[in-house]
Design a protein around this ligand. Structure first.
Ligand SMILES: Cc1cc2nc3c(=O)[nH]c(=O)nc-3n(C[C@H](O)[C@H](O)[C@H](O)COP(=O)(O)OP(=O)(O)OC[C@H]3O[C@@H](n4cnc5c(N)ncnc54)[C@H](O)[C@@H]3O)c2cc1C
Length: 419
């Protein structure tokens, strides 16, 4: 009896579904929503008690917002609850300020609460009759006969034909056959907290970024009376202040920006950002931060989460008869899309963090041209696949014959890293 057979004997299979989606944050819920709309059976698993706060600067790019709109996931309520933002004002350590503000009516990004956004997307997924939400943590995934067997911490067994991993990038590792991952040289980490209160001189319509010796403090209005403060630090090379100290400094900056603070939340921390996992095999779909964590300065994290989730869902839908080529198509489509998102992120990084002389000069001397470059690049990012926009009942996909299924020669377990 092999490991998988023993597994089946000792674990009750509670769900047999077409697709298992691990992680119900933005990327996971978007994939589950699209698949659910097409009538594909999905088990969506996450241990978090939703709605929940998440460490994030909560700046959604206009591109990300347009993807959500096209998918029917950006509602009027979200529109009313979010804050349109027209650019960035960067205060450097020498006291000088660089502004990159669009004069057009079109916002560059939106300040939006992840509590509202993530809950809405998750609820939209859960409303699909073929989607089951399992409020639990996946502890192991094992290939079995061309399919997957999954176990959660409460012992629930899930059998699925394909797996989408939207587990984020925070300290998770595959215990065996870890696909090689790489960190950009300047991997960073960050934290966020939220303040309620009011603006003395009217709410600003830009994201304010204030440089401090240890990193950058982002001030993003996310509603009439709430502000998100996120802090991004270099991983190494500088003394890292304690969380409380960063919070104190953030509050000071917020007050000097004209915000009267009434209430302050706890801080939410996050592990490394700015990292890429190179998938060494094409046997499961990694989406969102699980495959690539963009530097949050560029605000491309949520945009990538939505786009990669839609590309993965498209591959699951298109690969109903022949999953192998569809998986390969996903990885190359995501890579192509990520190249441009990466470039946009890198430009923001050079401007904000590296304080690249050439980029600073360009923004100072030709702000309109700089904005044109970024909006041109945004137009080069692929549009959403037709199949996900048209997703309507396809019914269950048939069991593929053994020869059509990709062969899995490894097993993997997901566990929270202790490091
Ligand atoms: C400080 C900071 C500021 C940021 N600011 C911005 C910003 O302003 N704009 C922007 O666009 N992006 C920003 N980002 C990045 C953005 O938050 C992420 O890119 C985005 O949340 C990725 O979404 P995701 O769905 O891939 O993963 P996540 O949002 O990380 O969600 C992963 C989910 O998987 C679940 N999970 C994990 N393991 C398991 C398991 N074993 N079983 C079941 N479920 C599991 C978790 O509970 C979680 O709900 C920021 C990030 C940080 C850290």
């Amino acid at each position: 009896m092999n490991g998988a057979d023993r597994y089946r004997m000792t674990n009750k299979i509670s769900y047999t579904v077409d697709t298992l989606v691990v992680g119900a944050s933005l990327s996971g819920s978007v994939s589950a929503f699209i698949l659910g709309k097409a009538g594909v059976s999905v088990a969506l698993v996450d241990p978090q008690p939703f709605p929940r706060q998440k460490a994030c600067g909560e700046g959604l790019s206009a591109l990300g917002q347009s993807y959500l709109k096209q998918l029917g996931l950006w509602t009027e309520a979200l529109d009313r609850a979010s804050v349109p933002l027209f650019g960035y004002s960067i205060k450097r350590q020498d006291g000088s300020t660089v502004s990159l503000v669009s004069r057009s009516d079109a916002p560059q990004c939106f300040g939006v609460s992840r509590v509202s956004l993530d809950s809405h997307v998750l609820e939209s997924a859960r409303c699909q009759p073929s989607v089951s939400f399992v409020n639990d943590k996946v502890v192991s995934l094992e290939p079995w006969n061309g399919e997957w067997l999954c176990r959660t911490s409460n012992g629930t067994g899930i059998q699925a034909r394909s797996v989408i991993l939207g587990v984020g990038g925070k300290g998770f590792q595959f215990l065996s056959d870890e696909p090689a991952s790489s960190h950009y040289a300047d991997a960073r980490f960050g934290l966020a907290f939220w303040c309620k209160g009011g603006w003395n001189n009217g709410r600003p319509s830009v994201v304010q970024i204030v440089h401090q010796p240890e990193g950058q403090y982002f001030i993003t209005p996310i509603s009439e009376d709430t502000v998100n403060i996120s802090v991004l630090l270099q991983q190494s090379g500088r003394d890292i202040p304690a969380k409380g100290e960063m919070k104190r400094r953030g509050l000071e900056l917020l007050r000097s920006a004209g915000f009267e603070v009434r209430e302050v939340s706890d801080t939410r921390g996050a592990g490394e950002v700015h990292a890429l996992r190179r998938v060494g095999h094409s046997s499961l779909y990694l989406v969102g931060d699980a495959i690539e964590r963009f530097d949050p300065v560029g605000g491309m994290g949520m945009t990538h989460a939505v786009l990669s989730a839609a590309l993965a869902a498209a591959s699951v839908l298109e690969g109903r008869w022949d999953p192998g080529p569809a998986l390969r198509k996903y990885y190359s489509a995501r890579w192509r899309a990520a190249r441009i998102l990466r470039l946009l992120s890198e430009l923001s990084y050079e401007l904000n963090v590296a304080e690249n002389w050439a980029v600073l000069k360009l923004v100072r001397c030709a702000p309109r041209f700089s904005l044109w470059v970024t909006s041109f690049l945004r137009k080069c990012v692929p549009s959403l696949p037709r199949v996900v926009l048209d997703a309507r009942s396809l019914g269950e996909r048939p069991f593929a014959s053994e020869s059509q299924l990709p062969s899995y020669s490894f097993s993997l377990a997901i566990q929270e890293s202790r490091s």
